[in-house]
Write a new protein. Sequence first.
Length: 331
Amino acid sequence: MRNIWIFIEQKDRKIQPVGLELLSETKRLLKDDVSLTAILLTNTHDQKDIDLMTYCGANNIIIVEDERLKDYDTTYYSHAITNLMRDDRPDVFLIGSTLEGRDLAPRISARLNTGLTADATKLDFELTEERLKLFATRPALGGNLFATIICENTVPQMATIRPSIFAIEENKSRTSKVIIKPFEIKETSKVQILSKEKLAHKKVELNKAQVIIAGGRGVSNMFSTLKDLAYLVGGEVAASRAVVDANIEQKDRLVGQTGTTVHPKVYLASGISGAIQHISGMDKSELIIAVNTDPNALIFDVADVSIIADAKKVLPLVKEELKALRAYKTH
Ligand SMILES: Cc1cc2nc3c(=O)[nH]c(=O)nc-3n(C[C@H](O)[C@H](O)[C@H](O)COP(=O)(O)OP(=O)(O)OC[C@H]3O[C@@H](n4cnc5c(N)ncnc54)[C@H](O)[C@@H]3O)c2cc1C
């Protein structure tokens, strides 16, 4: 049976969603026709981790456990995985396109002398008796077109895939086989972590926000109003690249191809034209409300509610309404 391996990223002893998203999507696409193997490198694991990977579709779970694998380390992680692949190469190996995944994947592909498609946003497979072929699609040429890339002459066929694109689907009736492998490595890491410090900001990560109040160049001088609106609805402020490039908002607020992919319940886009690079990061939002003075703005193509008007007039009115609603609710 053909085999796909999926790297399961963990941080601070917590499995990160992207690995589970990749398990769920490959299971959805290939059902039980292919064997899925989750690869977890960690210093310790528990039954909850195994259940999560199993319920999301892993038929096999390979765990390499060692104190040196507690935190991500380029040397240890890349050697541990290439060592696993020396005995047994899967047809396909998928990794989340996170900071760690983007560091890890090219090192593994270079060591194994195989191809890698980076930053894919869509996966497809062709399964025949002879082989399993991966089609990884990603924005190309400045985001002006989507390219589907195949690397069919070497194995594993590798791709990194952006987080938050696919839904996690659990099925509690699934079972899996767990294989614990030793961590045997001659190399020593050149990196020593002396201390770790969390950045002191209370912002919720954009891909976890339920309501997003986003602004573009058309409202670049209205971000204090956008922040008020976000506060009133318990949401998060986001921005287009025009705003981030102008240093009005920070990079962690950027939505789109080079920023975060989001799927909130509500996405309010004001003064955003709707370039493909922005749309590709927010078009899966449940309800999109767009405010733009240009009736031909591309953002209206994906909007559920289109408000063709000056945001400078609309947003203060929305703010007053929300304030009144809030006051009403608290009385
Ligand atoms: C490789 C590459 C990657 C990129 N990645 C990203 C990305 O991740 N995210 C991203 O956002 N962009 C990205 N871009 C940039 C993208 O192509 C656009 O240039 C950018 O999204 C435009 O931002 P904007 O919509 O805020 O500005 P503009 O395109 O200038 O649009 C401003 C809009 O505001 C409207 N407007 C003006 N005044 C008002 C008003 N008073 N009220 C209401 N509406 C008003 C205008 O009608 C216009 O539609 C990328 C580009 C490249 C080449």
